[in-house]
Design a protein around this ligand. Structure first.
Ligand SMILES: NC(=O)c1ccc[n+]([C@@H]2O[C@H](COP(=O)([O-])OP(=O)(O)OC[C@H]3O[C@@H](n4cnc5c(N)ncnc54)[C@H](OP(=O)(O)O)[C@@H]3O)[C@@H](O)[C@H]2O)c1
Length: 298
């Protein structure tokens, strides 16, 4: 039996935030949630693009409840403003889908001085999760889904130089950020359990999906993507399974089951030893609190 979105229960009365949902996997995740009756917040760095995505979702599901909010995950100021606004205007949050991401851009530092991939893919989501934890914790059945990648195997956490001040490797920095997302998902679940909270933290990865993510790839590699990659709709299924699957538990990692996890139906998958190093995860948590100024569950 393979899990499909049709297996998910009706989501009426529930609300989800999907970061980076104007295109790609985030858009298809939001679209599928809307189809299940879930109320949506499209949390995107460009409001015009978010409104265009909202229009596409409403064209498919005219009764969908979809709002657009500005969120730039590479700016702690923007993350704080988004979280403050959400907490003021919403009393519950069932699903936080930490999806937004960038891959292998030229070197740059965020306005907070963080390497750009670590900032947008990981540190912004770390801060966002911490700031939204109060509303998640009081919502029965809530889940936090963090997007990792097969690329979690490419990197390690450079505790001595997380922002690549000494020699940038765009591949290593992407690997570091996605390993951090996975370590965070596991450590978050451990801490939620220790605190006696019922919110689940689950990780997911899409395998290889044909999206805009490959925009900084060399041209020959962008040709490789469509050969092995699946559609964004198929790539969103592990995220949806992590968010909605009734046999999914906190600390699980969901990904495609075929072709070395590059494509196929969503199942629970394993991850490398570094991602499961709980001592390193605690160290990463402390570093993330210091860098973002957001402390929670510690
Ligand atoms: N596609 C794959 O094969 C693959 C494989 C493994 C993991 N993933 C992960 O899946 C997630 C989604 O990627 P995708 O493939 O759907 O890529 P995508 O098509 O490029 O979409 C990425 C989304 O993230 C948004 N985003 C980027 N930086 C942001 C920031 N600072 N603040 C807010 N939003 C930001 C983008 O907004 P703009 O449109 O404004 O740029 C876009 O909405 C990422 O976390 C990625 O690492 C993807």
């Amino acid at each position: 039996m393979t899990w499909n979105i049709h297996d998910a229960p009706d989501q009426k009365g529930r609300i989800a935030i999907v970061t980076g949902s104007n295109i790609g996997l985030g858009y298809d995740t939001a679209l599928a949630l809307a189809g299940k009756g879930c109320r949506l917040v499209l949390a995107c760095r460009n409001l015009d693009k978010a409104q265009a995505a909202r229009g596409q979702i409403l064209a498919r599901y005219p009764k969908a409840r979809v709002e657009c909010q500005t969120l730039d995950l590479s700016s702690l100021k923007s993350v704080r403003a988004f979280a403050t606004g959400f907490l003021k205007s919403h009393r519950k949050l069932d699903l936080l889908i930490n999806n937004a991401g960038i891959m292998m851009p030229p070197y740059s530092l965020s306005e907070d001085g963080f390497e750009s991939q670590l900032a947008a893919n990981y540190l912004g989501h770390f801060a966002l999760t911490g700031l939204l934890l109060p509303v998640l914790a009081r919502t029965a059945g809530s889940r936090i889904v963090s997007l990792s990648s097969l690329a979690h195997n490419w990197g390690h956490i450079r505790f001595d130089d997380p922002h690549f001040k000494n020699g940038y490797s765009k591949r290593g920095a992407y690997g570091q950020s996605k390993l951090a997302c996975l370590m965070f998902a596991y450590e978050l679940n451990r801490r939620l359990q220790e605190a006696g909270l019922k919110t689940l933290s689950v990780a997911a990865h899409p395998g290889v999906a044909v999206t805009n993510l490959a925009q900084h790839f060399p041209r020959f590699l962008t040709m490789f993507f469509p050969l092995v990659g699946q559609s964004a709709a198929a790539g969103a299924l592990p995220t949806l399974y992590a968010a909605l699957g009734d046999d999914v538990d906190g600390g699980d990692y969901c990904g495609p089951r075929s072709m070395r996890q590059m494509r196929g139906a969503p199942v629970k998958v394993g991850s490398n030893r570094a991602s499961r190093d709980s001592a390193a995860a605690k160290r990463l948590w402390k570093l993330s609190e210091e860098l973002t100024g957001v402390s929670f569950l510690s």
